[in-house]
Design a protein around this ligand. Structure first.
Ligand code: ATP
Length: 235
């Protein structure tokens, strides 16, 4: 019995939660909190992306986005911030990040990539996406606007295949290092970074959509107050 407990703790899953976090808000934090509870994650590592390959460049410098993630997560002992992608020059591919994490954490530790349902729909556009399942599990949280039926209808054929072959239970996920997919309902918070940026730009106050510490940081550094001019030289 004692050995069994030690074994379970030694291999508690680690959650990886990537995003541009431009800025981080309560939708992100609630997803991390609820999936951490449902999957009994030891930690959730928030991993702000540097230069994401499958979307437009972020509106704010990496250093600011990282500072906001640090402020938003600092009082939760289960939350950590992983700076490897943001510190990297150029494009960071999730599959490469997971290879590096596997090296660090060993072959037995369950690693679980946390995704919102909309992000999951874009998975087939990710670099070597099918290889992700050799390295990690994927936990998909349903967010507002993506109810199950509409979500499944919007799903490309390749993802339907993955859903039917890999969908499993939380228990199965906790007892294998990689390869399973779980979908979990979370509290619907209809908050997006886009809406927060638009609110700020319109001169309105987005308080109560994101932590006060993050909002204070935004005002102190005058972020998102003027229209975004895309830096195409980075493309
Ligand atoms: P933007 O509006 O700039 O596109 P965003 O608010 O969607 O940003 P991202 O940093 O792109 O935030 O998202 C990171 C992850 O968080 C993705 O997996 C996304 O699906 C998820 N996510 C974002 N907002 C929510 C929300 N309100 N509820 C649940 N998941 C969310």
């Amino acid at each position: 019995m004692g050995t069994c407990v030690v074994e379970t703790i030694a291999h508690a899953p680690i959650g990886i939660f990537g995003g541009t976090f431009d800025p981080i808000h309560f939708g992100h934090l609630r997803l991390a909190e609820e999936l951490a509870e449902s999957l009994a994650l030891e930690t959730v590592r928030f991993m702000p992306t540097g230069c994401p390959p499958h979307r437009k460049p972020p509106h704010t410098d990496a250093a600011h986005r990282l500072a906001m993630v640090q402020r938003a997560t600092q009082n939760n002992p289960r939350f950590e911030v992983d700076t490897r992608e943001i510190a990297q020059q150029g494009i960071s591919y999730t599959v490469e990040t997971l290879h590096a994490l596997r090296q660090e954490l060993g072959s037995r530790r369950p690693i679980c990539l946390l995704l919102g349902a909309d992000a999951f729909l874009g998975l087939p556009h990710w670099h070597h996406w099918e290889e992700l399942f050799d390295l990690a599990h994927i936990a998909v949280a349903h967010r507002p606007g993506f109810p199950q039926v509409a979500w499944q209808n919007a799903m490309p054929e390749s993802l339907r295949g993955v859903l039917s072959s890999r969908q499993s239970t939380v228990t199965a996920l906790q007892h294998a290092p990689a390869g399973n997919l779980v979908t979990l309902a979370i509290t619907a918070l209809d908050i997006s970074a886009t809406h927060i940026r638009d609110t700020l730009q319109a001169g309105r106050n987005p308080r109560y959509l994101l932590p006060d510490t993050v909002l204070d940081y935004i005002y102190a550094h005058q972020l998102y107050l003027s229209p975004h001019i895309e830096n195409t030289s980075k493309l």
